[in-house]
Design a binder for this molecule. Sequence first.
Ligand SMILES: *[C@@H]1O[C@H](CO)[C@@H](O)[C@H](O)[C@H]1NC(C)=O
Ligand SMILES: *[C@@H]1O[C@H](CO)[C@@H](O)[C@H](O)[C@H]1NC(C)=O
Ligand SMILES: *[C@@H]1O[C@H](CO)[C@@H](O)[C@H](O)[C@H]1NC(C)=O
Ligand SMILES: *[C@@H]1O[C@H](CO)[C@@H](O)[C@H](O)[C@H]1NC(C)=O
Length: 308
Amino acid sequence: MAEQICLFTKDTIIIKPSKKSPALLRMTVLVFAMAFGVYICSICLKQSNFSISSKFLNNEIIERTHCDYSIDRSQIPYVHYPNPKTFSRVECACNPVRLFAIVSMQRSGSGWFETLLNSHINVSSNGEIFSVKERRNNVSSILMTLDRVYNLDWFTSASKNQCSAAIGFKWMLNQGLMEHHKEIVEYFNDRGVSIIFLFRRNLLRRMVSDLANSYDRYAKLLNGRHKSHVHSHEEANTLSTYKPAINLTSLVEDLKLMDKTVLEALEYFSSTRHFIIYYEDLMKNRTVSCLFNFMKNLGIILVTYRIR
Ligand SMILES: *[C@@H]1O[C@H](CO)[C@@H](O)[C@H](O)[C@H]1NC(C)=O
Ligand SMILES: *[C@@H]1O[C@H](CO)[C@@H](O)[C@H](O)[C@H]1NC(C)=O
Ligand SMILES: *[C@@H]1O[C@H](CO)[C@@H](O)[C@H](O)[C@H]1NC(C)=O
Ligand SMILES: *[C@@H]1O[C@H](CO)[C@@H](O)[C@H](O)[C@H]1NC(C)=O
């Protein structure tokens, strides 16, 4: 050890140009120190500039750094800390939010299913927001609408408070979802949106329900009011007095087409995080076991979702 130190001092002595010019050496050291100081300063400045601009670029990331999140790491792609433009999440700013979409077809039990989801105080499902044509005219209006919904800036009767833990809506296959599937899949994967596919196994029943619902749109059997969903046995009995006529010539083709559409949807969105449920299964098992598992995966601490 001592030897090495000695060698080192010897070396430095050798490197020294001359013992006679200590002023030159001092100058060199000073210049070097100044240059180094300037360099350090410039790095500091760059970093503070960066943090200022990124604050505007990505509020969500900044928000996250303030939050002490002790969630499962595998869940990180799926939790969000939105920063709504229209209100402040105040004390719930650090509550993670899960994003979902219920993908379904008309007359498949999705209205009922959505009511069930919305019975949780911290879950908001905003209905068929893409039933309005302007919102699904083109990809940009679809993505803009999605951004608003998932940023908690979309207001419907289902909107909850700043403490929402899961936010989503209902999307029917014929509402622009299939036409723009590429961009939507990309969006869902980027943002970690989970899909709940809800379909009906019995497509003939779905068809009958669809025909009856179309008929009631103008017939308005319930005291002159059209109802897509009934809330009592009496209402159900009244609506069921109508017996739709099924076109037997096209029946098989129609059913095949429906089946094909469902399979296509499952294929298009296979790369997303998704979960498939069938209305009939929900009805059969009244403890909604699959829903429980799904919601557990979503990370929502559940109150009991129990079907009466
Ligand atoms: C809803 O969110 C609030 C705020 O995070 C929380 O205190 C409450 O326990 C949640 N309710 C349920 C039923 O999960
Ligand atoms: C997309 O649709 C919206 C709403 O209908 C419209 O205002 C907008 O100009 C359209 N954008 C493009 C790129 O076509
Ligand atoms: C039944 O479907 C066939 C084939 O699509 C069509 O040509 C025919 O007009 C339909 N009949 C009725 C009564 O709608
Ligand atoms: C319903 O689901 C629960 C929970 O998974 C299960 O224990 C039960 O056996 C199921 N009941 C029926 C009738 O399938």
